[in-house]
Design a protein around this ligand. Structure first.
Ligand code: NAD
Ligand code: GLY
Length: 358
């Protein structure tokens, strides 16, 4: 097992990573909690791990109210939030009662939003069960629900008190979810760590067959990088934006497919290649490096081509409306080399001209 600290003064917390950690959940619970908790999970995850986690929490002395929500992005809605607030009332949660998220990024974002807002904030515990949640969404405190006009628009920065990452749960994850999350793993190599990128190039088969030691190594490295970035820029005043590499175009691809056709990571994979091509066109990034990135993504395998539903005009409109755009300029994270990126602004006109020429 490895433990990584996210140092944020009074809001600091540990991330524990290793196989079988849900079986030792009681070892990682923070002190000072009230003995009632709300366990939020989705129906798939509940089938595999709901009973195990409930009984661990009960053994640790909690009275557990379990809220099982239907799986899928639609869950991050006002209606689901309302149901969870009702459950919190029904179970008489107080200000020290934890909300425990057991699931992927959808459950984590929704449960975190409840934890951030119920009684202006109650303790929050993350038990992420997808690779995406383990390497990205459970760390760093972004919590949100969707508004019908925009994804992740209603939310907060609200840090968990602990993140317990049981890497064994990845064995039940559908293979497509595993592949999609690898885009985010590869992203960390490009933005911050060339030797991690090299490691992924040499070990993709072992990653995809979920060898314990290899999975532990990659989850640890991603969490270390994310923790360091969040420690330096918790609320995304600047640096944290590097985590959005591939996301500007990626979000547009997801939205154009109505969040049905492409998974987040699948869209980010294409977005990273498009950002790489933009960087090449500006003389910032070498063709050979772009080829390495495409090759690594394809080895997962992930598709790196723009999808059929891609419409340049509409995509640029979506990028201008994105919450990361500012005063009509679109913010892009562009690679300079594998292991280093920079932030650049681009006007909608220039971006449109570039995309039409791809
Ligand atoms: P998800 O939560 O929808 O999970 C994917 C699917 O896998 C679901 O059907 C789920 O039921 C199932 N599942 C989860 N764990 C499983 C397991 N161990 N075994 C079997 N099935 C399992 O998807 P996701 O990719 O984890 O998260 C996507 C969400 O994360 C999006 O809403 C996105 O906005 C959000 N996100 C948030 C942040 C952040 O910083 N807060 C970062 C990235 C993404
Ligand atoms: N997933 C991007 C961030 O946490 O900032």
């Amino acid at each position: 097992m490895r433990t990584i600290k996210v140092g944020l003064d009074k809001r600091s917390y540990d991330i524990h990573i290793g196989p079988g950690l849900l079986d030792r959940l009681e070892d990682f619970l923070p002190p000072g909690l009230s003995p009632r908790c709300l366990l939020v999970t989705d129906a798939h995850v509940d089938r595999y791990y709901g009973r195990q986690v409930s009984s661990k929490l009960e053994q640790a002395g909690f009275s557990v109210a379990k809220a099982v929500v239907p799986p899928g992005e639609a869950l991050k809605s006002f209606a689901s939030a309302r149901e969870l607030y009702d459950a919190a009332f029904d179970h008489k949660l107080d200000r020290k009662s934890p909300v425990v998220a057991l699931g992927g990024g959808v459950v984590g974002d929704l449960a975190g939003f409840i934890a951030a807002t119920y009684m202006r904030g109650v303790p929050f515990i993350q038990l992420p069960t997808t690779l995406l949640a383990q390497v990205d969404s459970s760390v760093g405190g972004k919590v949100a629900i969707n508004h019908p006009r925009g994804k992740n628009i209603i939310g907060a920065f609200y840090q968990p008190q602990v993140v317990v990452i049981d890497t064994s749960v990845l064995h039940t994850l559908p293979p497509r979810e595993l592949r999609a999350a690898m885009a985010e793993v590869i992203k960390y190599g490009v933005i911050e760590d060339a030797s991690f990128f090299d490691y992924l190039e040499g070990n993709m088969d072992r990653v995809m067959s979920l060898e314990d030691a290899v999975i532990q190594k990659i989850v640890v490295r991603c969490c270390e990088i994310k923790a360091e970035i969040v420690e330096n820029d918790e609320k995304e005043a600047g640096l944290r934006a590097v985590l959005n590499f591939g996301h500007t175009v990626g979000h547009a691809i997801e939205a154009l497919g109505n969040y049905q056709l492409r998974k987040h990571g699948e869209a980010v994979a294409v977005g990273m290649v498009v950002a790489g091509r933009l960087a090449v066109s500006r003389g910032l990034f070498k063709d050979a490096e772009l080829n390495r990135l495409s090759r690594l993504l394809k080895s997962v395998p992930l598709d790196t081509e723009l999808p059929a539903e891609w419409d340049v005009q509409r995509a640029v409109e979506l990028m201008v409306q994105d919450k990361k755009a500012y005063q009509g300029e679109i913010n892009f994270v562009l690679p300079e080399t594998i292991g280093r990126v920079r932030l650049e602004k681009i006007s909608p006109e220039e971006l449109k001209a570039f995309l039409l020429n791809l």
